[in-house]
Design a protein around this ligand. Structure first.
Ligand code: ZN
Length: 164
């Protein structure tokens, strides 16, 4: 019983941007993609974005401006953050294009949509532990950490929909 659930969870992980990492746990993948996102943003991003198009344009220009530089920087990031025992280089990021960069619809921070079909619009920046919404006196204003692996922004979004 437990085992089949574990297998399901792992298979679920397949639907990410990099196939090579599909066998890692959700937690391991999340850790990797978070590091990748912040290191890439350090290279090409600005401190603040008001417009998603600007973010996408910055990435696009960096990636296409000097391919050699892009490959070198990506290789060096990957050599630093690749999970143990996995060799990675820029070719592993073939699905990484400017369309994957978004501003989170909840917190407004830039993030990388790592799902296979680039559908995510809410960042995964911070793990949700226990998020309090609304008024303390109201019933049901606490969400407990039952939704494992969800982000703070996801839970905020969910809470705001619940209150409509
Ligand atoms: Zn967010």
């Amino acid at each position: 019983m437990m085992l089949s659930q574990e297998i399901k969870a792992r298979n679920h992980g397949c639907t990410k941007m990099i196939d090579k990492l599909a066998y890692l746990t959700e937690k391991e993948q999340k850790h990797f993609y978070r590091q990748l996102t912040s290191k890439l943003l350090e290279v090409f991003g600005q401190d603040y974005y008001e417009d998603e198009t600007d973010l996408q344009l910055d990435f696009h220009e960096w990636k296409n401006g000097d391919r050699k530089d892009y490959h070198e920087v990506v290789d060096s990031i990957l050599s630093e953050i690749a999970p143990e025992g996995i060799e990675m280089n820029w070719r592993d990021l073939s699905k990484l294009n400017y369309k994957r960069w978004h501003l989170c619809s909840v917190c407004g921070e830039p993030f990388l949509a790592i799902d296979k079909f680039n559908k995510i619009r809410i960042c995964n920046g911070q793990d949700y532990k226990r998020y309090k919404i609304g008024n303390e006196n109201r019933e049901g204003s606490y969400y407990k950490a039952t939704e494992k692996g969800k982000s703070v922004c996801f839970m905020t979004y969910k809470a705001s929909k619940a209150n409509l």
